[in-house]
Design a binder for this molecule. Structure first.
Ligand code: AMP
Ligand code: MG
Length: 417
């Protein structure tokens, strides 16, 4: 087991060998946010034929060389093509067909004049404008050609992608299975939110924030509840999560007398890959795996609520995204101007919870207050994690720093009013 490693090294060890989970087939209607497991190749050409982009008249452009408001030109009204219908016959010279948006062009027609530039007069139509060749025509295949790859593997399915799948006739889609995560909270002091907190008890809030972080990363979380600080109870609790893809416990990974998570994991057959990452918050982070994939990947997160969330953000989230088939594993990062001077002891990389405020073209990062790893409000207020480099001891007000953006809304300009 490695100890006291750097953040980048820990991230490498976590992601090493992690591959997307196998595919499953789900209804396209239920696939929002899912990740395509295979490329989607179209069996169709869309639109299937040249068709009208307007309500108006289909005709041959060279039959209407010079129509204008001042000098309208007339063509014979031949027939009507409703949306989804077919022309009864090809369009002849000197003829126009009434046509509606999405209807296929009659053979012989090459252009559309929109109805605003025409007026029906019994068996004729007067035109007040001459179309350019091909005007208001959607050409066959301008959206998708049969045989073409339309969506690549690893694509996250959003509203537009679901619409594309439907238009290709795909009512089901192959996506990566979502990672299943089992979450265990450990500690004699812990209770559920609706229980009594008298006598120094605290709510096992980590189960809530971590399950929500899992859901945001596309995973399915199960709460295994609370284990007491005994080896037996921890063995029972951790043992209950061995069927998951990922087992995440919080607390009990420090060096206290009641911190049994690491020995119990080893007893269960887990090989600890590392303990201790040079970061703050979150130093006691533990990661392990079972040989030959005969068990879940395992994180022992620190118990302090901020440490648990920050280590999740930095290590668990990218792993879940990778398992879920995502290609991009990191948050967007920005350079922000420091709104105040920050100080620390050199040595560990710090992740400072900050708000981000727009100031013209700049973003200003300001600490969310008390940065103790027990102060969960510092996380609740945070829009980003400012990266305070390991070797640095001061970042001066006005200097630029890198911030991982947790809440992308802050990048948008505020609404006026
Ligand atoms: P430990 O790692 O067990 O020393 O816990 C460190 C701190 O985190 C202690 O103050 C615990 O009370 C707190 N803590 C542990 N587990 C949780 C949890 N599930 N939810 C909220 N706080 C916790
Ligand atoms: Mg504890």
């Amino acid at each position: 087991m490695r100890t006291g490693i750097e953040v980048e090294e820990a991230r490498r060890l976590v992601l090493e060998g992690a591959a997307p989970l196998p595919a499953e087939v789900v209804a396209t209607a239920d696939a929002l946010g899912r990740i395509l497991a295979a490329p989607v190749t179209s069996g169709r050409t869309l639109p299937p034929a040249d068709c009208s982009a307007m309500d108006g008249y289909a005709l041959r452009a060279d039959d209407l060389a010079s129509a204008s408001r001042a000098a309208p030109q007339r063509l014979r009204l031949a027939f009507e093509v409703p949306a989804g219908g077919r022309a009864p016959r090809p369009l002849g010279r000197g003829e126009a067909a009434r046509i509606f948006t999405g209807a296929a062009l009659p053979p012989g027609a090459d252009s559309i004049v929109m109805q605003e530039d025409a007026e029906a007069e019994g068996s004729e139509v007067a035109f007040f404008a001459a179309p350019a060749l091909g005007e208001h025509v959607r050409t066959a295949g301008e959206d998708v050609r049969a045989g073409e790859e339309v969506l690549s593997a690893g694509t996250r399915l959003g509203p537009a992608q679901l619409g594309v799948l439907a238009s290709l006739g795909r009512s089901v889609v192959r996506v990566h299975r979502r990672p299943r995560v089992a979450i265990l909270s450990g500690g004699d002091e812990l209770v559920e939110p609706d229980e009594d907190v008298a006598g120094g008890r605290i709510v096992a809030s980590n189960a809530y924030s971590l399950a929500a972080q899992c859901a945001e990363a596309g995973a399915l979380a199960t709460n295994l509840g609370i284990a007491r600080d005994t080896r037996e109870d921890l063995e029972r609790g951790l043992g209950a999560g061995l069927g998951a893809d990922l087992l995440v416990s919080s607390a009990g990974v420090s060096v206290g007398d009641h911190d049994h998570v690491r020995p119990v994991l080893e007893k269960l057959g887990c090989r600890l890959v590392f303990w201790g990452v040079q970061m703050k918050p979150g130093f006691p982070l533990t990661f392990g795996r079972f040989e030959d994939g005969r068990g879940p990947l395992v994180f022992g997160l620190p118990g302090n609520p901020v440490s648990a969330m920050v280590t999740f953000e930095l290590f668990v989230r990218p792993l879940l995204l990778r398992l879920g088939g995502r290609r991009v594993l990191t948050r967007p990062s920005v350079r922000a101007v420091l709104g105040e001077t920050l100080r620390k002891k050199p040595g560990r990389l710090h992740f400072v919870r900050v708000t981000l405020a727009r100031d013209g073209e700049r973003l200003v990062a300001t600490s969310t207050g008390n940065q103790s790893s027990g102060v969960l409000r510092s996380m609740a207020l945070a829009q980003g994690l400012l990266v305070f480099p390991a070797g640095a001891s001061e970042l001066a007000a006005g200097a630029l720093a890198e911030v991982m953006v947790l809440d992308a809304d802050v990048l948008a300009a505020p609404e006026p009013g």
